[in-house]
Design a protein around this ligand. Structure first.
Ligand SMILES: [Zn+2]
Length: 405
């Protein structure tokens, strides 16, 4: 499992050097530019250890000297920043009508963002995995041609993902028991880099915690939209996974037993009320006249255009969607008392029209006064799950293991 947010601490047990290397890398990532003396003072590691680790990290081009100096009591110090330019990590995500690939370097800088139209709901899982692998191969080709080594790849799936990287159930895709990680590894012919799988909600929450407007928040929920609704939960600074990795499955919480039928077979689930297919159906009643929708982006663009023109039907449908959303968020707020709930995907696109109703419903429904201090906001991240996947794929290096050269 991904564990980049388990804060590394100096230790006398186990592989001390690996653990200490992780401590130094983390410090540089969070506090750069910083000097060797700063690292020693702030981490509790002794100066000789820091000096030796930094030499090794510079040698591996994971850290570099900036040449900047800072006048301290004593003498000027050489400042350090993360380098990581020779390394890249990839994140992929299965969206409602597209596949997305994102690559970042170790410093978290985006190297590429690719979107490919693909309707995963209309084809067998194997075909989707082949398309993902083809996209991954092209992205790997691009970053290796730039002289970078790929450290890992993590795929976000809208469904339940177990610790082995298999998907026992993803009703929105019609998937059951798909060994995603194993099949991808096989299609990619056992690549040298790691291949991981996680839920889009977990990966989006990781991206939010690292790169979003509320980065560094210790108690945050990212609510993903698209084909299914899911909550990626950061609690006390860590991703909350639960016993088998299925925590955050709020999408199939039934809010209305007489509501519309969900992909899971139940009625009135949050997904069936506010998921992208439900929203398109509610706001554009004519849309399925020519058959099921497989291309959601144009419909979403149409909804935004109509909302901007104050179309009464669309505006009242958006307010209704906002109220359902607020009821769902109230459950999360009562259960987890987060500082912030961030709305991703189509919720973010439609936020100007959803948020007013969602916020007042949240305030009215949550048990704690003032919704327990929770802010409900739209995400500012594009393709958050793929970005989170790329970030997660850096976990091995961030845990202090040196990449092979
Ligand atoms: Zn459901």
């Amino acid at each position: 499992m991904i564990s980049i947010h388990n804060e590394p601490q100096p230790t006398d047990l186990g592989d001390v050097r690996v653990a200490n290397r992780a401590v130094v890398l983390r410090h540089v990532r969070l506090h750069a530019p910083c000097s060797r003396a700063d690292i020693a003072a702030r981490t509790g590691l002794n100066k000789a250890t820091v000096s030796s680790l930094v030499t090794e990290l510079i040698d591996m081009r994971l850290v570099r000297e900036t040449g900047l100096t800072e006048n301290r009591v004593g003498r000027p110090a050489t400042m350090l920043v993360l380098d990581g330019e020779p390394y890249a990590a990839l994140g992929l995500q299965i969206g409602p009508d597209e596949l997305v690939a994102v690559a970042v370097d170790l410093g978290g800088n985006r190297l590429l963002t690719w979107r490919r139209a693909f309707a995963a709901t209309t084809v067998p899982p194997t075909e989707t995995l082949r398309a993902l692998a083809a996209l991954a191969r092209r992205a790997v080709g691009r970053v290796t041609a730039q002289g970078r080594t790929v450290l890992g790849l993590t795929v976000g799936v809208p469904g339940l993902v177990d610790p082995s990287g298999a998907v026992p159930l993803a009703t929105a895709l019609g998937w059951r028991d798909v060994p995603v990680a194993a099949e991808l590894r096989a299609i990619l012919r056992d690549p040298e880099f790691t291949v991981g799988v996680d839920s889009v909600a977990n990966l989006a929450a990781l991206a939010e915690q690292r790169h979003g407007a509320y980065a560094g928040s210790t108690d945050l929920v990212h609510l993903t939209g698209g084909l299914t609704v899911g909550a990626g939960i950061i609690a006390a600074g860590r991703l909350l996974r639960g016993g088998r990795g299925f925590a955050g499955g709020i999408g199939h919480l039934s809010l209305d037993p007489a509501g519309p039928t969900c992909t899971c077979g139940a009625r009135g689930c949050l997904t069936a009320l506010v998921g992208l297919p439900a929203v398109v159906r509610r706001l554009l009643p004519d849309v399925e006249a020519d058959g099921p929708v497989i291309d959601y982006l144009p419909e979403l663009t149409r909804i935004v255009a109509l909302a901007r023109q104050d179309d009464p039907g669309v505006c009242s449908g958006l307010a209704e969607t906002g109220r359902h959303l607020g009821r769902g968020v109230a459950v999360l707020v009562d259960l987890l008392n987060p500082e912030t709930v961030v709305l991703g995907d189509h919720f973010a696109t439609l936020a100007p029209w959803l948020l007013p109703a969602a916020r007042s419903e949240l305030a009215a429904r949550a048990h704690a006064p003032g919704a327990g201090g929770c802010r409900l906001e739209a995400s500012t991240l594009d393709t958050a799950a793929a970005l989170g996947g790329a970030t997660a794929a850096l976990a091995t290096v961030e845990a202090g293991r040196l990449p092979a050269r």
